[in-house]
Design a protein around this ligand. Sequence first.
Ligand SMILES: O=C(O)c1cc(C(=O)O)c2c(n1)C(=O)C(=O)c1cc(C(=O)O)[nH]c1-2
Length: 233
Amino acid sequence: MTDPLPREDFLAALQALSSRYWGSHPFHVRMHAGHLTREELRTWAANRWYYQSVLPLKDAAIVSNCPEPEVRRLWLERIVYHDGAVEGEGGREDWLRLCEALGLTRAEVLDERHVVPGVRFAVDAYVRFAQTRPWVIAVAAGLTEMFSGHLMRRRVVDVLAHYPWIERADLSYFTTRVDAVSAEGKQAVDLVLAHCVTRADQDSAVAALAFKCDVLWSMLSAIDHACHGVGKR
Ligand SMILES: O=C(O)c1cc(C(=O)O)c2c(n1)C(=O)C(=O)c1cc(C(=O)O)[nH]c1-2
């Protein structure tokens, strides 16, 4: 059997996947350069809504597969973060407010009429992954959060600079999320490093993170195609 990687090599193998992260996807590049139309931003927001809306289902799948009470306790906070402790609060609500600021009605976001098949397929694959794989491997898939803090910070600056009709308050999803996502990324990486102790588990964790990078990349490709009239039903 192959020896496990030393902790720093395992961490480096995970971090090396940042090159496959959706930060460099052409759609994000165009967004950050100010090249998207209002209609394209609306298509993005309505489609990404589908990702936002299923994150609690993904996290609940991790909780349901995890025998460790201290991990379950930590992970429940993620569900509450997105769903809010009460109606009208939380990440979900902040995303809906962003959609409204971009000119979408709540009803057309909630009924998912703009969600294209490629986005649904990619996002559903992420939920299915969490339902069917060991909890720590599903946690490893979420390690894209390690890369997202930097991207979100840039997004707020770039969007405010290039789309003058968008106000800072409209971006509260990102301004609120940015610290939480960095803390969650740190928490998740510590769990993965502590619980993936065999080489086989380490390899599965790296493969899980590569899979998640592909999920995110595929989502944006489907959104990009939809903006060009391809892939819409
Ligand atoms: O704006 C972004 O670029 C971005 C990326 C990611 C990510 O990398 O998965 C997440 C988020 N945002 C996010 O807001 C979020 O709540 C989140 C949860 C997860 C996850 O896999 O559990 N990723 C992300």
